[in-house]
Design a binder for this molecule. Structure first.
Ligand SMILES: Cc1cc2nc3c(=O)[nH]c(=O)nc-3n(C[C@H](O)[C@H](O)[C@H](O)COP(=O)(O)OP(=O)(O)OC[C@H]3O[C@@H](n4cnc5c(N)ncnc54)[C@H](O)[C@@H]3O)c2cc1C
Length: 530
C-alpha cells in the first residue's frame, strides 16, 4: 500500500467535488480529488443540463432562486465556450395548473432575476405566434410565454473544473474508490482508496471533504456520523435529434412541470422526481416513469411519442432532508457541515448544478479557515480552461485542420479556445463516427490528456456513441483509437468494446420500441458495423 499526504482529500468527482478541488487548488492548498467511477458520471451527468435560476422555487424558496441566478451568471461568464442559450416556450392549455395571467405574473417576478444571469425578460405570445415558432405544439393552445435559461454539457463542466484544479497543482484520479477513512478515535485523518488498477492506497489529509452527492450517507457511516438526505430519483428520455428549436414545458398528470429541452443535436425530455430509498449505484428506469413523461407531452407536443428515443438517463438528487413535504416542494438549498463528532471531516450536501460554484466556494472558505490559508476565492471570475479568450470562428478552425465546420463547432463547445491543441500531432482528422463528428485526433487527445480509461469515459468526455447510431458504427473503431493510446492488447480492445456495448444497452432498453429492438438485434449481431 502506498501512502501520500495532502492538505485536503476531496471525495467525489461530481460538480461539487470538482468545484471544491478547483477552488482549493487555486488558493494554494495541496489537493487530492478521488472519484470512484468517472468525473460527472453520477447525478451531475444525469441532470437536465441546465444552468438555471429555477423560477419554480420562487413560490417556496426565493433565496435559492436568487442564489442560483447569481451563481449561474458567474458560471456563464467563466464557461462561455460551453454554454448555450435555451429559450423556453411555456404553453398554456385549458385545465393547466396556471392560466396565462398567473404564469405571466410569475414571469414578471422572474424577470427581475434574469439580468443576474445575462438572460432576457419574457414575452407573451398568442397561440398562433407560438405555433408559428413551434408547429409541433398542440392546436388546443391558448397562448404561451417565453423564458430564457442556459444549457451546457455537465460532463464537460465537471472535467473543466478538474482540469483547472490539476493545472493549479491538484492531483485527481477517477476510477478510484474511497473504501475507508483513516481515523484516530473520532478524528478523520484521511482515506484509503483503491486506484484504477485495484491497488490499495492511503492518503492522509488535514481535512477530508465528503462531496459524494447521494452517496453522502454512505461516507458518513464510514466516519460514524449520521448524514440524512431526502434522495429523489429523476429520469430523462433522450432523443437522437433536435425535435424543436425551443425548449417546451408541459404539465404532468399530477400538475408537476416537465421540460423538453434541445441541447445541440439531441433532445432531453423529463424529469420525474420521486423519493428514492435504493442504492444510487443501482438505478433502473421503469416503464411507468417513461409513460409519465410521454403522457405529459401528448397534450402539448403530441408527436413526441413518434420520435426515436435512443436512451434514458437516471440520477438521484442529493436533496437535504425534510419531513412532510412533496418531493417537488423540497428546497434545493445546500448545507456545508463541519462534523464536530468527526473532526477533520467536512460534508457539502444538497445544492444544484446552477450554484455548484458558490457551494464549492463556501466549502473551500471553511476548509481554508481550518488550514490557515488566507485569500479569497477566484473561481467566480477566473475562466475555466478553454474560456480564456473567445474561440476563433469554427469555419477558420475547420479550414486550417481540414475538418467540417460542424466538427469544428462541436469541438469548440468542448475545448473552447484550446481546440487547436487537439491537433498537436499529425493525422487523425478523420471521423470516428459518421453521425457524431468526433475526430480521431480528439479521441486520442482525451485518452492522453483527460483521464479517459474506458470507452464509457469517452462517452462523457466527447459524446462517443451519443448520436443516432448509439455506438453501432463507432464502438470498434473507438476501441482501437483509445486502445492505441492506452496500450491495450487486441483482447482488451474487444473486451472494452463489449463492456461499453453492454453499458449502452442498459441505457437503451427502457425506451426501445419494436423497431428499436430490431435495430438492437442488428447491433448485437455485429451486422450494423461498417
Ligand atoms: C434528474 C435530475 C435533473 C437535474 N437537473 C438539474 C439541472 O438542470 N440544473 C441544476 O442546477 N441541477 C439539476 N439537478 C441537480 C444537480 O444535478 C445536482 O444537485 C448536482 O449534480 C449534484 O452534484 P454532486 O457533485 O453533489 O453529486 P454527484 O454528481 O452525484 O457526484 C458525487 C460523486 O461522488 C462519487 N462517489 C461516491 N462515493 C464515492 C467514493 N466512496 N469514493 C469516490 N467517489 C465517490 C460518485 O461516483 C459521484 O460521481 C438535477 C438532478 C437530477 C437527479
Amino acid at each position: 500500500m502506498t501512502s501520500s499526504a495532502h492538505d485536503v482529500v476531496v471525495i467525489g468527482g461530481g460538480v461539487t467535488g470538482a468545484g471544491v478541488a478547483r477552488d482549493l487548488a487555486r488558493r494554494g492548498a495541496s489537493v487530492l480529488l478521488l472519484e470512484k467511477d468517472d468525473y460527472g458520471g453520477g447525478t451531475s451527468g444525469a441532470s437536465s443540463w441546465m444552468i438555471h435560476g429555477g423560477p419554480r422555487y420562487l413560490e417556496f424558496d426565493w433565496r435559492t432562486t436568487r442564489l442560483s441566478c447569481e451563481d449561474a451568471g458567474k458560471i456563464v461568464r467563466i464557461a462561455r465556450h460551453m454554454v448555450h442559450r435555451v429559450v423556453f416556450l411555456l404553453p398554456v392549455l385549458a385545465g393547466d395548473r396556471h392560466n396565462l395571467e398567473q404564469l405571466e405574473t410569475a414571469m414578471e417576478v422572474y424577470d427581475r432575476f434574469q439580468p443576474l444571469k445575462l438572460s432576457n425578460p419574457h414575452l407573451r405570445l398568442t397561440a398562433d405566434e407560438a405555433r408559428r415558432l413551434e408547429p409541433g405544439l398542440s392546436d388546443q393552445l391558448l397562448g404561451a410565454l417565453t423564458m430564457e435559461e442556459w444549457g451546457l454539457d455537465p460532463h464537460r463542466l465537471v472535467w473543466a473544473n478538474v482540469q483547472d484544479a490539476i493545472e493549479n497543482g491538484a492531483r485527481a484520479s477517477n476510477h478510484s474508490r474511497v473504501v475507508d477513512l483513516v481515523r484516530d478515535g473520532r478524528q478523520v485523518l484521511g482515506v484509503r482508496y483503491r486506484g484504477p488498477d485495484g491497488t490499495l492506497h492511503e492518503a492522509r489529509a488535514r481535512v477530508t471533504v465528503n462531496a459524494t452527492g447521494p452517496w453522502s450517507g454512505e461516507l458518513g457511516r464510514l466516519a460514524g456520523v449520521p448524514i440524512e438526505l431526502r434522495p429523489a430519483k429523476g429520469i430523462h428520455i433522450v432523443y437522437d435529434r433536435r425535435l424543436s428549436n425551443f425548449a417546451i414545458s408541459a404539465d404532468a398528470v399530477d400538475g408537476r412541470g416537465l421540460l423538453m429541452v434541445p441541447h445541440g443535436n439531441f433532445t432531453l425530455a423529463g424529469t420525474t422526481d420521486d423519493d428514492f430509498y435504493g442504492d444510487p449505484d443501482d438505478l433502473e428506469v421503469l416503464p411507468d416513469e417513461v409513460d409519465y413523461i410521454l403522457q405529459a407531452f401528448d397534450r402539448v407536443f403530441p408527436s413526441l411519442r413518434n420520435h426515436r428515443a435512443i436512451r434514458a438517463t437516471a440520477g438521484v438528487r442529493p436533496t437535504i432532508f425534510r419531513w412532510r413535504s412533496y418531493e417537488d416542494d423540497l428546497s434545493r438549498r445546500y448545507e456545508i457541515v463541519d462534523h464536530s463528532d468527526a473532526p477533520g471531516l467536512v460534508s457539502a450536501l444538497g445544492g444544484k448544478l446552477s450554484m455548484y460554484r458558490l457551494m464549492a466556494e463556501e466549502t473551500a472558505d471553511l476548509v481554508c479557515r481550518k488550514l490557515g490559508i488566507e485569500g479569497p476565492s477566484t473561481t467566480g471570475t477566473a475562466p475555466l480552461p478553454g474560456s480564456e479568450v473567445a474561440a476563433e470562428p469554427p469555419a477558420e478552425l475547420a479550414a486550417r485542420y481540414g475538418i467540417s465546420a460542424l466538427a469544428a463547432a462541436r469541438l469548440q463547445t468542448r475545448q473552447g479556445c484550446r481546440a487547436p491543441r487537439v491537433f498537436d500531432r499529425e493525422g487523425g482528422r478523420g471521423l470516428v463516427c459518421r453521425c457524431e463528428p468526433i475526430t480521431v485526433a480528439e479521441l486520442r487527445h482525451v485518452a492522453r490528456q483527460e483521464q479517459v480509461r474506458t470507452l464509457g469515459d469517452a462517452f462523457r468526455r466527447v459524446g462517443l456513441a451519443a448520436g443516432p447510431c448509439s455506438g453501432a458504427l463507432c464502438v470498434e473503431r473507438a476501441a482501437q483509437v483509445v486502445g492505441d493510446e492506452l496500450g491495450w492488447s487486441l483482447g482488451q480492445c474487444r473486451q472494452s468494446a463489449a463492456e461499453f456495448r453492454a453499458e449502452l444497452w442498459l441505457g437503451r432498453a427502457p425506451v426501445l420500441d419494436r423497431w428499436g429492438w430490431a435495430e438492437q438485434e442488428l447491433i448485437a449481431g455485429g451486422r450494423g458495423r461498417t
